[in-house]
Ligand binder design. Sequence first.
Ligand code: BGC
Length: 723
Amino acid sequence: MTYKEIKFFLLLVFFIFSLDLSAKEKTDSQTVEKKIIELVGKMTLEEKVAMIHGNSMFTNGGCPRLGIPPIHMSDGPHGVREEISVNSFKPAGWTTDSASYFPTGTAVAATWNRKLSYIQGQALGSESRARKKDIILGPGVNIHRTPLCGRNFEYLSEDPFLISEMAVPYVEGIQSMDVAACVKHYVANNQEKDRGTVDIQMSDRALHEIYLPGYKSTIQNGGALSVMGAYNKFRGDWCCESSYLLRSILRDQYGFKGIVMTDWGALHSTVKGANAGLDLEMGSRRPFNQFYFADSLLPAVQKGNVPMAVLDEKVSNILRVMYSLKMMDDSLKRATGEFVTPSHSKVAYDVASESVVLLQNRRNLLPLEEGRINSITVLGDNADRKHAEGGFSSGIKAKYEITPLAGLKSKVGDKIKLYYSLGYEKTSDHNFGRGSVELNPKFDSDSLIREAVRLAQRTDVVLIFAGINHDFDTEGYDKKDIDLPYKQVELINAVSEANPNIILVVTAGSPVDLRKVKDKVSSIIWGWYNGMEGGNVIADVIMGKINPSGKMPFTLPESLEQSPAHALNRYHGKEKPLEYEEDILIGYRWFDYKGINPLYPFGHGLSYTSFSYSDLSVNKSNENITLTFTVQNSGKRAGAEVAQVYISSPGIEALRPPVELKGFEKVNLKPGQKSKFRISIPLNDLAWYNEKISDWQIEKGDYKVMVGSSSRDIRLKREFEIR
Ligand code: BGC
């Protein structure tokens, strides 16, 4: 046989095999649907109702008579939460539930590495199975609308494309372990302040272009099996009672067949919620039989206010997910998972190692070189603080967490003299229910600064670990401002007078104001809440074992007032509906459109090496535009670059942001090495949502494609037209 014949033969076999597979899949799903109908047919009203509400903090009721087990859930999204009591959020007191603590949402997004997102999802799924969980409550795909949102650290980005590209593999990874992901919080839970009362108003265009893509893509491309409805209202209805959100969009437009559950306590009615298409009510505030989908649902169904078919639909959606998780058939081998293994530590290390962002590196102070540096002053509460437990529902009782100081000590402590001093004191405390409260200081801040200066004068380099912690980045509260707290600015100013070699390491999952300190330090590293291996990673970045390759997944503004929600005074909105007046101009879209210079733009991140871009060509077919270009490592160290593709649309028929992210790829390159990129963008991805026709529309006209190292560091440009 010739090569061509062999190829043809193999293709034929593949074709027949895939036909066979898809036929099998169809029969499988038909069989499952048949089984679901049979099971539902055998259930009493009470048994059906028992399945659609919580009967402990994190389980629903099963149906023991028919062999249907309860579903076990857990937070999410960056580790399996500690086991809590049946009736309250009090820890259950287990000694075997210390889990792996993985990098949080913004850190994962900052890797811009889909594969890493998948492997973290898979490790999380594996830990969930090992803890016998069926649904893990994550990822959180809400948009970073305001820098103040307390949960930005759990979410991914201000950009819907980056969110989708990173969340889809996360979901696939989780679900590869026979655990359902739960994409949350649907929709527009973009602030924690007044999240339980705020009524969000936005245009359909903003909804479809900005706020929905994370859900659409995880459902349609990632196969997400569950979605969590948010606490807030949307256009006058609670999200969990909005038939527009739950039926028209999720079911009818996206074809979602899985479970829609409430956020904990997010339902406010029986009949409206039931008819709106919600499947499962979870929560904590009342006895479980007093849930809206419990005792009071029985008469509502009996009287016909909630049709039996609607109840059956909910039970069916739940059973369908249980079938896909192999919970309903003992003959199917379900993944058993692994808990806190060295391989999960490696996952945490690998993800963290690509998430760290080098914002600034004047005089190439970084990386430090062993042999040339004899002494380092290490300052800051964040140098030795563990963050895993903070943030409320996403908090992790971590098996271990390496702090930066511990990482530095173990990696270079025997070769370089390390002097640690607090520098500033953490004078806040997070008490859930009261927010951040001011503590009486234990130390005199002037003395702390004096001691820091004294040490800084004596050492070659100073590392200042500043930023915030989960008293600020937390569920339930927004930050009050984006200032660096605890007199960190005073500390940095004073130390900069004593030593010019300062490396500032920022711990935060959302923007903080670096304007006042940027010019006082040589280098700035953004370190995130980076999981249990975070401290080892920071030490390796500082010492050059890791070459940073993270890119900011959000814009760092110069001030809060630069950000759209605050520039337009459209934040908060407890008493009256909160109009998202900035519409589609979120994050860099706003900064670019208004010509505002942020402190660091979206997509920014430096490396210890440099990259050059060349040879961009663009080919357009009826379905795609395909770009090819070359990136070369033009420096002296191996490193990874994220090549970002932005499109500028004609903007004649509608307002379009100056640029929008439509593609990216990350590549590792040795010094001198080149890589040819080929990125295909479906033309449909260039469409805008036209409210007049309630549909997506591709504008005709001249487009620009821009390839670069950040949204404001464009290296190559080409034009193409769509007629
Ligand atoms: C949070 C959810 C979380 C749930 C269960 C709620 O307060 O908003 O994200 O999954 O609690 O802990």
